[in-house]
Design a protein around this ligand. Structure first.
Ligand code: KIV
Length: 271
């Protein structure tokens, strides 16, 4: 986006101030220019170019197959549509775990080739070396704890995480570790509301919840789920703000009907 635009951009610093002032942070995912433009004009604070693109854009069952090149394509498209929102990009599976140099190289590609402002990765202690190395290059990192979809084959299910005391204790430890390492924010996915509240109160960085109750500093949803484009996913935490699946199907059926019955184009719709 042009540096001459005068809108006050959301930065990691602004997010931090919002937490201090008790202002809620609204975050949604987006994967393309047109949607990102609508979200930004509506006033969304943070856009996550999530690896959920693997599910809702590419039709895979999990987030594992999406590649770094795919994520860069989606993120660069989003960046072109946004003036104000902070844009965070997911590091896809296999580009940061177990090798902090690769984590840094992947993050540098995202920053250079997309123009986004930050990266997000899943996990706590096991990825801390990667987090530190990415941060050492001045790249802001958002953490992600609780349900971590890239580890689906380890857990075997998408049920609520950290219900048991031991897992809850570990999650709290990981949150503090990520904060200490320098993460600017955290996503907590599908954990008990009470635990999310405790984590939010225990760290100074903003905590964004998805299926983590009302007491986090902000909320995030997958755009295609909240707009009702994707009908296959109905967890309890999801609020559908529209039924775009039905709307789009209806519009397409009207178009097909108009073409077949010679009603489109009419006299005004031609040269
Ligand atoms: O990829 C994604 O959309 C996410 C959100 C669910 C937080 O990580």
């Amino acid at each position: 986006m042009s540096i001459h635009k005068t809108v006050k951009k959301i930065t990691t610093h602004v997010m931090h101030e919002m937490k201090l002032k008790g202002e809620k942070i609204a975050m949604l995912t987006a994967y393309d220019y047109s949607m990102a433009r609508i979200l930004d004009e509506a006033g969304i604070d943070v856009i996550l170019v999530g690896d959920s693109a693997s599910n809702v854009m590419a039709g895979f069952d999990t987030t594992l197959p999406i590649t770094l090149d795919n994520m860069i394509y989606h993120a660069a498209s989003v960046v072109r549509g946004v003036d104000r929102a902070l844009i965070v990009v997911d590091l896809p599976f296999g580009t940061y775990q177990g090798n902090s140099r690769e984590a840094l190289a992947s993050s540098i590609r995202i920053m250079k080739e997309t123009g986004a402002a930050a990266v997000k990765l899943e996990g706590g202690e096991q990825v801390i070396e990667s987090v530190e190395r990415i941060l050492s290059a001045g790249i802001p990192v958002m953490g992600h704890l609780g349900l971590t979809p890239q580890a689906i084959h380890k857990f075997g299910t998408y049920v609520v995480r950290a219900r048991e005391e031991e897992e809850a204790r570990k999650l709290m430890e990981d949150a503090k570790l990520l904060e200490k390492a320098g993460c600017f924010a955290l996503v907590l996915e599908k954990i008990p509301a009470r635990l999310a509240e405790e984590v939010t109160a225990s760290v100074k960085i903003p905590v964004i919840g998805i299926g983590a109750g009302p007491k986090t500093d902000g909320q995030v949803l997958v755009l295609h789920d909240m707009l009702g484009i994707n009908q296959e996913f109905s967890p309890r935490f999801l609020r559908r703000y529209h039924n775009l699946y039905a709307e789009i199907r209806g519009a397409v059926q009207n178009y097909i009907n108009d073409v077949r019955t010679f009603q489109f184009p009419n006299e005004k719709e031609q040269y």
